[in-house]
Unconditional design. Sequence first.
Length: 169
Amino acid sequence: MLLKPKEQRVEVLIDVQNLYHSAKNIYNARVNFKNILKKALSGRKFIRAFGYVVRTKTGEEKPFFEALTKLGIETKVRDLQEFYGGAKKADWDVGIVIDAIRTAQGVDVIVLCSGDGDFIPLVEYLKNKGKRVEIMAFGKTTSSKLKETADEFIDIGKSPKTFLLRKNV
């Protein structure tokens, strides 16, 4: 394993829905966000972390949002949109891109926790600005082009005991 320079200033952007659905669909488990954050930092300087989350009408996710906040992850909340016919949408891609560009000048490394290939132009932009971009996500559901574009890809699916919490059955 590569040792990472301790002086690097790190920001972590977590596409919570992307990781949540991958963990649920592939492993029938939940994500251990405490260990995600720990691995993303790898002993470097923690500047800030954003968790992009979606609120439903029931509000059942409130304790989860509070748990993220206790870990030092600032939650950015968007309401789930429900369309006529039952379709649902809650897309944070543009918000994540804007935050990454807005805050990049104050950090050396951006760790993007998402496997979404829509972020390839963002990764290219940040790298062109001299930033190191690391992707942390489940290899099975991560865009192969995103893996190639990043400076480093960390496959959290290779360490399920570290990054997953089994659901209570």
